[in-house]
Ligand binder design. Structure first.
Ligand SMILES: [Zn+2]
Length: 261
């Protein structure tokens, strides 16, 4: 697991699995853990990383309800979990889904957890909106298209934007069963000014990006999605992301944009 400081109040750790990112953000004597690494040893290490940097974690947030972003409480068991209204609603409507998918992943990869995942009583946050931390506030912006739920989180004093599963250097836009290409494109339009003004952008998967690189990826993603809608399977993948795994995601995307016959 890699840890980098983007600002005195912002640390990003990147998981060895799927390069899933987790951001620790601090204001004064309060800190939040946003999203999560995937592997148990990484989650176990999180409190030590936070303590060493003098981040007192009092809450967990997640950008969306996919299980790989929901594991923060393995590191900070007592911290309340804050979610976008759309994400809290998705968890309510799919009871046990995240736990089931985590269990499937763990069985498939021979991973052992110290305990089952507990997601009880998440706090639902209005999005767009703000979330207080210490003396300051985080900005919450709606995201959808990858899934039907989610939020991007901007840390204004650090000029950092945490976008969830959008604008990734390692993953092409992924339209999951509940997502849609048009919603995804609308989200990219919404994120564009935030990304353009950001010092750093933290994608859900992959290393943190400077604003300029993130903006270039956002535009590649938009071009890919527009081509996907028009040309389906023939849409070219972004040049730096033409791996076997990304071709599988592309095949899934093609299914989603092709009307059922
Ligand atoms: Zn993800």
């Amino acid at each position: 697991m890699k840890a980098v400081g983007l600002h005195p109040d912002v640390i990003v750790v990147t998981s060895r699995f799927w390069q899933t990112t987790c951001t620790l953000v601090r204001s004064g004597t309060e800190a939040f853990c946003i999203d999560s690494p995937v592997l148990p040893d990484e989650l176990e290490l999180l409190p030590a990383i936070a303590a060493q940097a003098e981040f007192r974690v009092v809450g967990c947030l997640a950008t969306h309800a996919d299980w790989d972003h929901l594991l923060g409480r393995y590191g900070f068991g007592d911290a309340p979990l804050g979610l976008a209204e759309s994400t809290a609603a998705r968890l309510r409507n799919e009871p046990g889904a995240a736990q089931r998918e985590l269990r499937d992943f763990d069985e498939e990869n021979y991973v052992e957890r110290p305990a089952p995942l507990v997601l009880s009583a998440p706090q639902s946050l209005p999005v767009p909106g703000h979330c207080g931390i210490g003396e300051r506030e985080l900005e919450l912006h709606p995201t959808e298209g990858h899934t039907l739920d989610g939020m991007a989180i901007r840390i204004p004093w650090a000029e950092v934007v945490i976008v969830g599963d959008y604008v990734s250097p390692v993953e092409i836009p992924w339209i999951s069963a509940s997502g849609s290409a048009s919603a995804y494109l609308a989200t990219l339009d919404r994120l564009e000014p935030l990304v353009a003004a950001a010092g750093h952008v933290v994608p859900g998967h992959g290393t943190p990006l400077d604003g300029e690189r993130a903006l270039a990826i956002l535009r590649e993603d938009r071009a890919y999605l527009e081509a996907l809608v028009e040309r389906g399977a023939d849409a070219p993948l972004p040049l730096a992301r033409r791996t076997g795994a990304q071709r599988k995601i592309h095949a899934e995307n093609v299914e989603r944009v092709t009307p059922a016959r």
